[in-house]
Design a protein around this ligand. Structure first.
Ligand code: C2O
Ligand code: CU
Ligand code: CU
Length: 495
């Protein structure tokens, strides 16, 4: 009976394989038999000691070669896996025709190897990175960070996962191996062309570069064959600007186990997960009762607007899971995952505010600003004492949502619009958080253990490239006291 259902999916897919283009699914209700689509690609695992950024071609769509910019020849880039305590050493080789530098998003590393735009290297040059990874197990990622060119370089294909593992996590017995699956989601404006052309026009300057097609691990219209049982999915929104609101078509709950910086204290069952550019979640999905069915993950409709390219908030299918075969391995999800010690806001010794605004006297030139300023690579906008717990306010005075990211730390969310009752996703370690239009959101930040220049910026990459980024310098406390003047003039204090 169940074997027959599995065979049914296979047969239907075989029928569809000679057909080009998207085919509808057939059947009714929550149980359906799926057809067509492309098997989910899994990025290769990084090995060796070199990361080469270069222009290449890849068959993203079967009918055409797409020009892509890749790390080590693959989009998405190879998945780097390290253990906590490992020293990661790599040589970046720039074989592009423009400057680049690679940033390790979510990793707490010395500023010299953080991939700051001031360290961008010219074509033909190399940059040597070496750092010890000392933070808990997490799904992080890497991507270029040259000033004004991050948007196009990420869009053209330069990004990959950086997964940290540790003993605490291994002891939990979460799904691993083929049951631990990365889903790197990114939209591309590719209908018709099947190319990754990047050219900003009109509203792209305000909204960011939104696509019409979701790719998962570089796969259009993807499906994955799964067996009945538990899977762990590591989901990254690697889009330039698209905000996803993930949910299952059949309404099943999402078991959320991790956020940007690692595992949550326990699993939480939620119906939807919002995922702004650069944010990550880890989820567990149980396909035990789904043999012979297809389970669809989508980004649900959150607004009613229409347009071309599809605006924020339209419904898009992410991936279809076809449940076939027999389960081979048993996993469980423990009731207790990690220990997250909540920062105590009454212990905060400093406060600062980052106000995100938009300025366009001439609508053709839209600048996105922080505290009224456009990014200047040489200017330090704030000095943050090493090791101090601080409250940072993201004050969004614009009409656009801004996913705000801080380098060199994992922070905690204190409140949204004054509300300290947080959703589960806001209760984990975070390095990127979505600040809705006209909202104030506060985070608790402790910059440690490295001094030096780090960045705070919007991770809508068009906003970032157009100035919504700021340098702050982590300083030994004594230095901070002597040299507060230049930060005072540029940074608005709450008290
Ligand atoms: Cu993911 Cu400053 O970047
Ligand atoms: Cu970062
Ligand atoms: Cu923004």
């Amino acid at each position: 009976m169940s074997g027959g259902a599995a065979a049914g999916i296979a047969a239907t897919r075989a029928l569809a394989e000679g057909v080009t283009g998207r085919m509808p699914t057939v059947g009714g209700g929550s149980r359906r038999i799926a057809v067509a689509g492309n098997p989910l690609r899994i990025p290769p695992t990084f090995s060796g000691d070199t990361l080469t950024a270069a222009v290449t071609r890849q068959n993203i769509w079967s009918d055409v070669e797409t020009d892509v910019w890749t790390y080590n020849g693959s989009y998405p880039g190879p998945t780097i896996r390290v253990n906590r305590g490992d020293t990661f050493t790599v040589k970046l080789v720039n074989n592009l025709t423009e400057p680049t530098i690679t940033h390790w998003h979510g990793l707490i590393v010395p500023h010299k190897v953080d991939g700051h735009p001031m360290d961008a290297i010219d074509p033909g040059e190399t940059f040597d990175y070496s750092f010890t990874v000392d933070q808990c197990a997490a799904t992080c990622w890497y991507h270029p960070h040259p000033h004004t060119r991050t948007g196009p370089q990420v869009y053209m294909g330069l990004s990959g996962l950086f997964i940290i593992e540790d003993d605490e996590e291994r002891a939990l017995g979460l799904p691993d191996g083929e049951f631990d699956v990365p889903l790197v989601i990114a939209d591309r404006r590719a209908v018709g062309s099947h190319q990754f052309a990047y050219e900003l026009v009109g509203d792209d300057h305000t909204d960011g570069y939104l696509g019409d097609t979701l790719l998962v691990n570089g796969t259009p219209d993807p499906y994955l064959d799964v067996v009945p049982g538990l899977y762990r999915f590591r989901i990254l929104n690697a889009s330039n600007a698209r905000i996803l609101t993930l949910g299952f078509e059949d309404g099943r709950l999402i078991r959320l186990i991790g956020t940007d910086g690692g595992l949550l204290d326990r699993p939480y069952d939620v119906s939807l997960v919002s995922l702004a550019p650069a944010e990550r979640v880890e989820i567990i999905v149980d396909f035990s009762g789904d043999l012979g069915s297809s389970v669809v993950l989508k980004s649900i409709r959150t607004t009613a607007s229409v347009g071309d390219p599809p605006p924020q908030g339209v419904e898009m299918q992410v991936i279809r899971f076809d449940v076939v075969g027999e389960s081979t391995k048993q996993f469980q999800v423990p009731e207790q995952l990690s220990t997250i010690v909540r920062y105590d806001s009454s212990e905060a010794v400093g406060e600062r505010q980052w106000e995100m605004g938009i300025y366009h006297p001439n609508p053709e030139i839209r600048e996105h600003l922080i505290n009224g300023l456009t990014y200047d690579m040489q200017r330090i906008d704030a000095q943050v004492p090493l090791g101090d717990l601080e409250i940072w306010t993201f004050k969004n005075t614009s009409f656009l949502p801004h996913p705000m990211h801080v380098h060199g730390t994992q922070f905690q969310i204190l409140d949204r619009a004054g509300n300290t009752k947080l959703v589960p996703q806001d209760m984990g370690w975070k390095d990127t958080v979505l600040v809705p239009p006209s909202q104030k959101l506060r985070i608790l930040v402790r910059m440690t253990p490295h001094t030096g220049v780090y960045l705070v910026h919007c991770h809508n990459l068009e906003h970032e490239d157009h100035g919504m980024m700021s340098n702050f310098e982590v300083v030994e406390k004594t230095t901070g006291v002597e040299d507060t003047d230049r930060s005072k003039t540029l940074n608005i204090d709450l008290r």
